[in-house]
Every structure is written in structure tokens, then in C-alpha cells.
Ligand binder design. Structure first.
Ligand code: CTP
Length: 395
């Protein structure tokens, strides 16, 4: 799940760093956006380092910025503005788009949450309250400011709500009825790496993004998530038990260890089908290197799970470049799966390494569901809905 965190200029801006961290712990990927005045209170560098993403500060930062707001809005699942000044409340309410954040608001179709922070007189001013009324009517969720000492020295309402309350509003927005509560979900993600010698290896282009999106969504639904991950650049969603592995053999061992008491297994990893027969413990010198590397079949983890399964629900992936449906259906049957997610990896703008994926779900009854090209977080939500509908039938 991706959250855009808009930060506007008031003393509470420093708390945005805490809010960012809390969101990350819950498994959200956070994209910070700062207004010009926010940068007077906290530097973009702080939010950039914490989030791992460049902070967008201006509509005219570079030539691509004009469309960047549309791209960012399309990729995210929620716009959170914390703290939100009287100024940004007014701009959102009236549809004024004179900087990046206010322009982004007009291009977003996701839910919007705002946590206002300002002086008590400002908060109670009729103009501000009118704008708050307009925003609420439009469906924007307001995290009401708290009472206490304000930076201006006065005591009263206007303080940015505690970060925990802001987090709660975000979690409520994503509340998927905790439909996987009590379930243990085993997910694999990323590539595997098969060593030839201590320097060289065989691997593949999987980024792990789909498996991590599945893990984040399962956690939001209340599952106990074990994420067995090959080497990736991704940070694990919060409260997920990540087991880091390297080779197909290591992945097999971790998956088999967790399989028995799992309820649902999602094999999103791109597991190597072959591994060098005899990996060298010392670096092979080129003069002595045989230009042919002898390989042997790696364990087909999912096929073994298909044989061993009792009442676990098994979901596999099929990354194909041709005859997508036929190849996926063969894998579904051969490995005894309940569902397979097929995708065409021949295009650069979707599938491997991309944030988007265009998938077809196939099940043993012969039913097929073809989906459009979607952000992986959105695909994860639809896929979990589908898996849950099968598990209800099975239960
Ligand atoms: N898989 C696995 N263990 C392997 C290889 C793949 O568990 N050694 C899983 C993948 O995680 C995925 C599914 O099996 O869920 C993919 O099926 P597979 O037939 O192995 O796909 P490919 O490796 O792409 O097969 P092919 O090269 O024949 O297309």
C-alpha cells in the first residue's frame, strides 16, 4: 500500500517524520510531498532519507513535474496531509491548484485524510470551519486537532493530532474487515540466486514487488504473514516475519519449515529452475573455466507443496512470454494449485521490476478472470479478495 504524505508549513511539521515511521512500520510505502513553507520547519532531506524516496517539493522542479503529480496520484492508495494548515484546507476546499500538493489533490482519485494544525483562533474562524465543512461533505476524513499548549503560547484546540491518532485514521481507511485474522499466510517473493563461485551467480529479473505487495495487503487484513524473500532492495512491510534466503534450496527449506501450519501459500517468487551442479568454493580463474556450466534441476517447491498439501490453499504465479493461458493452465494442473496468476512478461511497462502488472487468474474449474494493467498494490487487493472467496468455499 502506498501513501502520499503531504506536509505543509507549521510547527507540527516535525511530527510528520514520526507519522512517516509509524506508517512504514505498518507496511505502507510512503511518498512525501512538501510545500514551500513546510521546508522552513523540516528539511526534505529528513523525509527523503526516512522514506527512501525523493521528496517532491515544487510543481516546476523539473520538466517532468507537470505530469509527475498525475503519475504519483495514480500510483498511490491514499493522500494524507499531516499537518494541514488553514491555507491548504482552503486550497483543497476551493480547488485552487498553485503548487504541487494542491495540484496533486485535484488529480487524485484515492481517499484523502487531513490532520489540521493551527492556532486556536484560526481553527475556529468561520472561513476555516466552512472549508472543513466542504471537505467533509466531499468525503475527506479530518483527524480533528487536539487541545493543549500551542506554539503561539495560547492554550486550546489546534494542535496536530497525536501521530498514533493519525495512523489510526489511515488504518481505518484500509480496514479490510481483518478478514484474514487467525490465518497464517506464507508468501515467497523476489528472485533466487544460484552461485557458480564466490563471485558469479545465476539469477533473474524479479524485483519482489508483487510478493511484497501481497504481504502488505495480507497484514492489513490481519493475517500472520511469513515472507520468504530472495535478495531484493525492498523493505519488508511492518509486522511481517521476513525470512531472507538466497538460493532455491534455501527458499525450499524455509518454505517447507513453515508449510504445515500455514493456511494459504502464495508463491510469487521467481525460483530458479536450475542450479550449478558443483558450485566452486574458490573463484574460478578464466583460464581454467569451462565455458559450459553444468546445471542440475532445482527443487520445484510448489510442485512438492502440491503433493504434500492437506487443506492449505495454494496460489502460484506463471510468468510467460507466449501461450500465456495454456502454459499457466498446465502449471495449475501439474502443481495441484487452487489458483494461478498468469502474466505476460514480454512488455517492459508491466510485470518484472515494474510497479504495474497485468494478470489473468485461472482456477481448476476452468474459470478465467483477465484484469487490466494495475498498480501491484491494487492487484494484490483484488487477488486477496479472490483467494478469500476460494477459501470461504473450501472452509
Ligand atoms: N516455482 C517453485 N519452484 C521452482 C520454480 C518455480 O516453487 N523451482 C513456482 C514459482 O514460484 C511460481 C510457479 O512455480 O509460483 C511457476 O511455475 P514454473 O512451472 O516453475 O514456472 P517457470 O519456472 O516459469 O517454468 P517454465 O520455465 O517451464 O515456464
Amino acid at each position: 500500500m502506498r501513501v502520499i504524505l503531504g506536509v505543509t508549513g507549521c510547527i507540527g511539521a516535525y511530527k510528520s517524520a514520526v507519522i512517516l515511521r509509524l506508517l512504514q512500520k505498518e507496511g505502507f510505502e510512503v511518498f512525501p510531498v512538501m510545500t514551500r513553507s513546510a521546508q522552513q520547519f523540516i528539511t526534505p532531506l529528513t523525509l527523503e532519507k526516512l522514506s527512501g524516496h525523493p521528496v517532491v517539493t515544487d510543481l516546476f522542479d523539473d520538466q517532468t513535474a507537470q505530469i509527475e503529480h498525475i503519475d504519483l496520484a495514480r500510483k498511490s492508495d491514499l493522500l494524507l496531509v499531516a499537518p494541514a494548515t488553514a491555507n491548504i484546507l482552503g486550497k483543497f476546499a476551493q480547488g485552487i491548484a498553485d503548487d504541487f500538493l494542491s495540484t496533486l489533490y485535484l488529480s487524485t482519485t484515492t481517499p484523502v485524510i487531513m490532520a489540521p494544525a493551527m492556532n486556536v483562533e484560526m481553527w475556529h474562524h468561520q472561513a476555516v470551519q466552512d472549508n472543513v465543512g466542504i471537505l467533509k461533505e466531499r468525503g475527506v476524513v479530518l483527524v480533528e486537532p487536539g487541545s493543549g499548549y500551542l506554539a503561539c503560547g495560547e492554550v486550546g484546540e489546534g494542535r496536530l493530532a497525536e501521530p498514533e491518532l493519525v495512523l489510526e485514521a489511515v488504518l481505518n481507511n484500509f480496514d479490510r474487515k481483518k478478514s484474514l485474522l487467525g490465518k497464517k499466510v506464507l508468501i515467497t517473493a523476489g528472485p533466487t540466486v544460484e552461485d557458480i563461485d564466490p563471485v558469479r551467480f545465476l539469477s533473474n529479473r524479479s524485483s519482489g514487488k508483487m510478493g511484497y505487495a501481497m504481504a502488505g495487503e495480507a497484514r492489513l487484513r490481519g493475517a500472520h504473514v511469513v515472507l520468504v524473500s530472495g535478495p531484493t532492495q525492498l523493505e519488508a512491510p511492518g509486522s511481517v516475519d521476513r525470512v531472507s534466503v538466497r538460493s532455491a534450496a534455501e527458499m525450499a527449506e524455509a518454505v517447507f519449515h513453515h508449510f504445515e501450519d500455514s493456511n494459504i501459500v502464495v508463491m510469487a517468487a521467481a525460483v530458479s529452475d536450475f542450479t550449478p551442479s558443483v558450485p566452486a568454493s574458490e573463484k574460478i580463474k578464466k583460464e581454467k573455466m569451462d565455458p559450459t556450466i553444468k546445471l542440475e534441476r532445482a527443487t520445484d517447491i510448489l510442485a512438492i507443496l502440491g503433493e504434500r498439501k492437506t487443506d492449505q490453499l495454494l496460489v502460484g504465479f506463471a510468468a510467460e512470454t507466449q501461450e500465456i493461458r495454456a502454459n499457466a493452465r498446465r502449471k495449475l494442473n501439474d502443481k495441484g494449485l487452487d489458483l494461478i496468476v498468469a502474466n505476460d512478461i514480454s512488455r517492459d511497462d508491466r510485470g518484472f521490476a515494474s510497479d504495474f502488472n497485468e494478470a489473468i487468474f485461472l482456477d481448476p474449474s476452468g474459470e478465467e478472470q483477465a484484469l487490466p494493467n494495475l498498480p501491484k498494490s491494487e492487484l494484490a487487493r483484488i487477488l486477496w479478495d479472490r483467494i478469500e472467496s476460494i477459501s470461504h468455499v473450501k472452509a
